[in-house]
Write a protein of this length. Structure first.
Length: 608
């Protein structure tokens, strides 16, 4: 059978997953009467909620007599660990770009990786039916982007299609025709993307994606570079440095047919398959015939830039909402996650009840925490910190990101001011159409922690911020943290509306009446820069003297709503976020006030 392997690259929200759905439908993969959820490729619960692709997925369509394997890649730079490995499986890429927004930074991130691997792109301008579509200018922007990423002449001579993924058509002109459906795209893939190159020799496959399946154990996905594979075949696993990791037999070979992964009896070089039956082999390892001695070259992976500490939840409310609270359960879950996600690094601390988890960014770590709380875990999490490196002279280097902010002109001043406070250097400022400006900065990662929410407030929700790892650079100096102190509960019990009303002049609350609180829990923000211990349990004193007027009903200001990402960026180093299946609470690391004073004194002595 003829084969083609392609990846689809696009920025978040540019319509990549919808396009794949239409390709599946028009190739006859779905029956006409088959009910398919919208965006069938985004199967993860969090992906549907946030509207982003987190996990790379494979599917395949049959067009005439050719099987086209399609890989849907994550568009977010935090999931770059997935992207790098995916691209080594394919022979061509479709770069999907929004006809109004043009190429965005995450497109740049993935396209840069694809061009470096020598892949020839097809450019598809999507959403040409939008009112503010500007396809001709967008093509020029794509060309400039490819040139800036050192594309060679072949790569710069890219074919272009225009269309609407939502309406299911592609054509070589922006105005249509729209009656040919996706056929022009299928035909262009057949002409432009080469058939997979196949080496001679025995079976070899480079592990590209890994998942843990409750029935089949570890499943490794990759492209067969040479030879063939069938169930019960004896294989060995080589690490990137050539050491034998394990030997064993393949229990199942699975191939992607439409959205289903089906067991097959035989697969040959060029196809993308998943194999089960091995217990230790992982991503970047070579799965091969027992006679092979040399491993395949694996793609190096960008370093993690942000870390958080996961701590066993020791608050007075621990275990009241979740059923997975012990350090053993948290450890097993984290190490299982790290097996399938090479962008994560996990270290155990000496106390064994805390784990340092380093990843690509706040979003990646927040999604892991969110997945764990939905699975019934309870844990406490520290403020994200950046991962420093040392150069050959022992100088401390910190990660710096390229930050691109599209903002209305009237709000550009406040954005520039806030970014300079975060030690960012402005690289470029230019108009981006429709009285908007595009601002480009190089900013230290630690200055960006928690800025997304502040940016949305400053610009009335109109700004779009994109971040991309740029390089490591010398430490840029201290950055001002949170300016306000917090209100801390000095008792345990249920919050009382009257007590909260009496404390309103002290600062906005983060809790509601009736919520359970405990000593050391953060219940609000202080209007001043110091922390204040308060009592929110104190009800109104009842006497036998009747008031002449009716008691006024207590009216409370709505509390500050803390999402997981907002809470992680809000807390200071001496505080934790308590994450449970039902609640997100903020607390002091040391709940007892005397312990807090001892910690503060020790910190001051250390600083002196």
């Amino acid at each position: 059978m003829k084969l083609r392997n392609i990846a689809i690259i696009a920025h978040v929200d540019h319509g990549k997953t919808t396009l794949v759905d239409k390709l599946l439908q028009q190739s006859g993969t779905f029956r006409d009467n088959q009910r398919v959820q919208e965006r069938a490729m985004d199967s993860n619960e969090l992906e549907k909620e946030r509207g982003i692709t987190i996990l790379a997925k494979c599917t395949s369509v049959l067009w005439q007599d050719t099987q086209i394997n399609i890989v849907d890649t994550p568009g977010h730079a935090d999931f770059g660990g997935e992207v790098e490995r995916i691209l080594s499986m394919v022979d061509g890429v479709i770069v999907l770009v929004d006809a109004a927004e043009g190429p965005m930074p995450q497109t740049k991130f993935v396209v840069g990786k694809a061009l470096k691997l020598g892949l020839k792109p097809i450019v598809a301008i999507n959403k040409v039916d939008k009112q503010d579509a500007r396809p001709t200018e967008v093509i020029n922007e794509v060309f400039d982007l490819f040139a800036a990423l050192d594309a060679n002449d072949d790569q710069l001579d890219f074919p272009i299609l225009y269309g609407s993924g939502k309406n299911g058509w592609m054509a070589d002109k922006p105005e249509g025709p729209s009656d040919q459906g996706m056929a022009p795209l299928f035909e262009l893939v057949m002409r432009h993307v080469p058939a997979p190159t196949v080496d001679d020799g025995p079976f070899r496959l480079l592990g590209t994606l890994l998942e843990a399946n409750p029935y089949l154990g570890r499943i490794i996905t990759g492209r067969i570079l040479s030879g063939s594979v069938k169930p019960n075949q004896a294989v060995k696993v080589l690490s990137p440095d050539g050491k034998t990791v394990e030997t064993g037999r393949i229990s199942k070979v699975l191939a992607f047919r439409g959205l289903e992964r089906q067991p097959i009896e035989f697969a040959e070089a060029g196809d993308i398959v998943a194999i089960a039956g091995l217990t230790k082999g992982t991503v970047a390892d070579t799965f091969c015939d027992t006679s092979v001695e040399l491993p395949l070259k694996a793609q190096p992976i960008d370093p993690p830039t942000v870390s958080v500490t996961f701590v066993v939840n020791d608050s007075p409310l621990a275990g009241t909402e979740g059923d997975k609270v012990t350090s053993r359960m948290i450890r097993e879950r984290l190490f299982k996650e790290a097996e399938g996600n090479v962008a994560l690094k996990i270290e155990e601390t000496d106390g064994k009840d805390a784990f340092i988890v380093a990843g690509r960014g706040e979003l990646q770590l927040a999604i892991l925490i969110e997945q764990m709380r939905r699975e019934g875990f309870e844990l406490a999490v520290s403020r994200p910190r950046v991962v420093f490196q040392k150069d050959e002279n022992g100088v401390s280097l910190e990660p710096v990101e390229e930050v691109i902010i599209d903002v209305d002109e009237e709000y550009s001043g406040v954005v520039v001011q806030k970014m300079s406070e975060r030690k960012a250097d402005m690289i470029e400022m230019r108009p981006s159409g429709g009285s908007r400006l595009r601002l480009v900065f190089h900013a230290p990662t630690r200055g960006l922690i928690g800025y997304q929410g502040e940016l949305m407030t400053d610009t009335r929700g109109t700004a779009i911020m994109n971040r991309l790892f740029h390089s490591y650079a010398p430490f840029k100096g201290e950055i001002q943290g949170r300016r306000n102190g917090v209100l801390i509960s000095n008792e345990s019990g249920e919050a009382v509306a009257y007590a909260m009303w009496k404390l309103e002049d002290r600062g906005p609350m983060m809790i509601e009446p009736g919520w359970k609180v405990y000593q050391g829990m953060i219940i609000g923000e202080h209007t001043r820069d110091n922390d204040l211990e308060v009592n929110v349990l104190k009800g109104k004193q009842l006497t036998n003297v009747r008031a002449s007027g009716k008691d006024e009903a207590v009216r409370l200001t709505p509390p500050i709503r803390m999402t997981l990402e907002k809470a992680l960026s809000y807390i200071e180093d001496s505080e934790l976020v308590e994450v449970t299946p039902k609640s997100i609470r903020l607390r002091k690391r040391y709940l007892d006030p005397n312990d807090r004073k001892r910690f503060d004194r020790a910190k001051l002595a250390g600083a002196a």
